[in-house]
Design a binder for this molecule. Structure first.
Ligand SMILES: NC(=O)c1ccc[n+]([C@@H]2O[C@H](COP(=O)([O-])OP(=O)(O)OC[C@H]3O[C@@H](n4cnc5c(N)ncnc54)[C@H](OP(=O)(O)O)[C@@H]3O)[C@@H](O)[C@H]2O)c1
Length: 332
């Protein structure tokens, strides 16, 4: 399987490392050899956390996406619009499968891209877009495929969870906890996407599509971030026997209405989500026959995200073809 990797930042470099270090295992598990034929990023001279050897370089990732010697494009550039969108669209229109970690792109354009893919039998996969290494979409699409889902509740952003954990356990205020998160590399220089709840909303929209068969719709999600919380709020929550978590939730009412929210929520200490601290992510899914299922793990970071990307590549190598959202995109 010939792979083109578009983007060689935190995630792209880790995908290369994983493919290079676990290539033998992947061959045994799939019967296929995984070969990186081309890569793309902006700056060819930048030091990278991976071995590029004599792999072909394309400065324009949409050219990489159309190359004859690429069967699958891994898009790890980021952003809903612009070059990431063009790269994925070009790949699909040129007969390539696509694996992406780009939640913003999938939340906004996922349905149209999935329609293009499904029309011609290509795979569009984005497990890594929701909670990094945690196989939440696979759990919904495969393990819980027989269930009607009634609710999703998730800690979907590790940066926010780290900040809230530090405010609760260390008694520090929001600004200090954010500065600490940035110093440790958990938060970006511009952290607004995380702390305002936008990143969580993108992930919730994608999960909702897979769980409830409804197109991602960011406008129908009520979104409130964590910047207004104070150490007092967290202390009060502890006195009341719980903590505050930024949760993404989706609940189906008996009338069939779907209520979607991202907001700080009081979580009693006896609930599993209350024990998810630091940068971890977790999602609690309720199905009518399965009951409650919780998946938890590393929701971000290059290596954790690479794990989910390469799992999607393994599925493609094994010949698994599935509708991107678990139902035909044309029905969303
Ligand atoms: N980081 C995480 O923990 C994580 C977790 C889950 C999902 N994701 C998603 O994974 C994607 C990548 O994230 P990341 O953290 O790896 O980002 P990143 O470190 O900023 O890497 C982005 C890469 O894209 C390249 N790039 C940007 N614009 C380009 C252009 N016009 N042409 C060619 N290459 C271009 C950059 O090239 P240069 O290196 O030359 O600048 C860089 O290599 C995003 O969609 C993100 O939401 C990330």
């Amino acid at each position: 399987m010939r792979i083109g990797i578009a983007g060689l930042g935190n995630v792209g470099a880790a995908v290369m490392q994983l493919l290079q270090s676990n290539g033998d295992l992947l061959s045994v598990r799939t019967g296929k050899k995984f070969e990186i034929t081309a890569v793309s990023a902006r700056d060819k001279n930048k030091a990278r956390n991976c071995m590029l050897g004599d792999i072909d370089w394309e400065t324009d990732p949409s050219i990489l996406a159309a190359r004859a010697d690429v069967d699958v494009v891994v898009e790890v550039i980021g952003g809903a619009e612009g070059i990431a969108h063009k790269t994925v669209e070009t790949a699909l229109k040129n007969g390539k499968h696509v694996v992406t970690a780009n939640k913003a792109l999938i939340a906004v354009h996922g349905v149209v891209l999935a329609q293009i893919a499904e029309k011609v039998g290509l795979q569009l996969s984005f497990e890594a877009a929701v909670c990094g290494a945690v196989p939440v979409l696979k759990t919904l699409r495969e393990g819980l495929a027989a269930n009607r889902i009634s609710s999703l509740r998730g800690i979907l952003n590790g940066t926010c969870n780290y900040i809230l954990s530090r405010m609760e356990q260390g008694g520090v205020d929001f600004a200090a906890a954010l500065a600490e998160a940035q110093q440790k590399g958990y938060a970006e220089t511009n952290p607004r996407n995380d702390i305002d709840g936008i990143d969580s909303a993108n992930k919730l929209a994608i999960m909702v599509a897979v769980a409830f068969g409804r197109a991602p719709d960011l406008d129908s999600i009520f979104v409130e971030g964590i910047a207004a919380l104070t150490p007092n709020d967290l202390r009060d929550a502890r006195m009341r026997g719980g903590c505050i978590k930024l949760l993404g939730t989706a609940d189906l009412t008996p009338q069939g209405e779907l209520i979607q929210r991202v907001q700080p929520v009081f979580v009693p200490h006896n609930e599993a989500l209350a024990r998810v601290s630091g940068v971890l992510n977790a999602v609690e899914i309720t199905g009518d026959f399965a009951g409650k299922i919780i998946v938890q793990g590393q929701g971000a970071g290059g290596t954790a995200t690479a794990s989910a990307i390469v799992a999607d590549l393994v599925d493609i190598a094994r010949g698994h073809r599935d509708c991107a959202f678990g139902v035909a995109a044309s029905a969303l």
